[in-house]
Design a binder for this molecule. Structure first.
Ligand code: UGA
Length: 437
């Protein structure tokens, strides 16, 4: 199959590289010339485990190319995937579809009859209909429009793409269904289930999946507050409910609230869709509010651990990215937490294994350390914000020795409270019984 992938962000680049790895011929297009130049030199625009070698291998085999020239990518392509950004519009949370519609208008000039235009970006319900309308305004008929939402997670993107729980294809047209079946054929051989459904249904399925996971996280975060009030342990509650097959163990880790480029944006976009349809979605609305409050309550947690006033105190922060295995700082809980502490007079010294250069662009007035121990050095409190693997096996006695205040605030419940206390630390986790001190 010949595939054009428009947009080389997370979804576009990973999907393009994986499709090429399935044996298809993929041309990735992006307007950003410096990004394309870098990709052609083997330099990845994002930090994602395994991506660089996958891209290099497929470029080497001649199956994967990068260009800024839309025409050469789209001409002759049997499927054109749209994977451009759909940022939340400032102020109202609507997904901004300017990039999607601009791409459609442009590709209309070069598309061949019989081709399928597929949205892979997360787009609101009805976007496929609008794309169809734009194509017809441009005089293009005999082209199908399908929805094929992507469910990969940053940090595990390649494994998620190659071993998906399911593939969702929204297309009424049998020809579009066939093209997508052919593209994903290598995965069906591995028995990945494919759900063929209506286009609007597929578009909504993506929002419903992210919203549901966001609900699960906010739910366990609220339960963790209750655990602290009644002296129960949220880790055990999560395990106790997660072992029930109907609930499942995943996405039940209490923490500082969800971040990233997807859950915050997609929950808001779902609410906008619901508003426009005149249907209230109270659960998702409350989830968004719970998550917003969560971040400020994390600041109070650190302040309490410091005895009530952070002014003049030194705070070591471990992990800045919104989750491990990524350098992505979008909506990272670290941002409001660190900013609030700095505003209230604390000196923050932070370390993240890969996100520090991204963090520098959004956090000012803090110091960056070379490693976890250096962040702890002389601090009154050490706060684990993101659960990178390398923070899971710190020498706690060494940490205690370098800390001035001997306090560990573990916002990801990485450590066993008993173990931390044995090492001489006062430990505050999330939802692990009534906090001491
Ligand atoms: C999320 C979804 O998991 C993917 O399926 C989806 O494709 C993607 O959005 C998207 O729409 O593109 P991602 O944002 O990369 O993926 O990251 P997640 O692993 O889902 O984590 C999101 C946030 O939830 C992080 O801040 C993480 O720390 C938090 N989280 C996750 C928790 O606080 N607790 C948990 O138990 C799980």
């Amino acid at each position: 199959m010949r595939i054009a992938m428009i947009g080389t962000g997370y979804v576009g680049l990973v999907s393009g590289a994986c499709f090429a790895d399935f044996g298809h011929r993929v041309c990735c297009v992006d307007k950003d010339g410096s990004k394309i130049e870098a990709l052609n030199d083997g330099i990845m625009p994002i930090w994602e485990p395994g991506l660089e070698s996958l891209v290099k291998a497929n470029v080497g085999h001649g199956r994967l190319t990068f260009t800024t020239d839309l025409q050469s990518a789209v001409e002759g392509a049997e499927a054109i995937f749209i994977a451009v950004g759909t940022p939340a519009r400032r102020g109202d949370g609507h997904a901004d579809l300017t990039y999607v519609f601009d791409a459609v208008r442009e590709l209309a000039r070069f598309i061949q009859p019989g081709a399928v235009v597929v949205t892979k970006s997360t787009v609101p319900v009805g976007t496929g209909d609008k794309i169809e309308q734009i194509l017809s305004e441009e005089g293009i008929e005999e082209v199908s429009v399908a929805s094929n939402p992507e469910f990969l997670r940053e940090g595990a993107a390649i494994a998620d793409f190659k071993h998906p729980d399911r593939i969702v294809v929204g297309a009424e047209d049998p020809r579009a269904q066939d093209v997508l079946r052919e593209i994903y054929r290598p995965l069906f051989l591995n028995r990945a289930p494919i759900l063929i459904t209506g286009r609007r249904t597929a578009e909504l399925t993506k929002y419903a999946a992210n919203a549901f996971l966001a609900v699960k996280i906010s739910f366990i975060n609220e339960i963790s507050d209750l655990c602290e009030a009644v002296d129960a342990d949220v880790q055990d509650v999560a395990r106790g409910i997660g072992l029930d097959n109907r609930i499942g163990p995943k996405f039940l880790h209490a923490g500082p609230g969800y971040g990233g480029s997807c859950f915050p944006k997609d929950t808001l976009a779902l609410l906008q869709t619901a508003d426009a349809a005149g249907v209230d979605q109270r659960i998702v609305r409350t989830t968004v509010a719970v998550n917003d409050d969560r971040k400020s309550s994390m600041v109070e947690r650190v302040v309490r651990a410091l005895g009530g006033d952070p002014k003049g105190k030194r705070v070591g922060a471990l992990g800045l990215a919104f989750k491990p295995n990524t350098d992505d700082m979008r909506e990272a809980p670290a941002i409001p937490i660190v900013k609030a502490l700095v505003e209230r007079g604390a000196a923050v010294c932070a370390f993240d294994p890969v996100a520090m250069s991204q963090a520098e662009q959004v956090l000012s007035g803090i110091q960056f350390a070379d490693d976890a121990y250096a962040a702890a050095d002389g601090a009154d409190v050490l706060v684990i914000v993101t659960e990178w693997d390398e923070f899971r096996a710190l020498d706690l006695e060494r940490v205690a020795a370098s800390l001035r205040g001997k306090i560990l605030v573990d916002l990801r419940n990485v450590y066993d409270p008993g173990e931390a206390e044995e090492a001489g630390l006062t430990y505050y986790g999330v939802g692990r019984g009534r906090p001491r001190g």
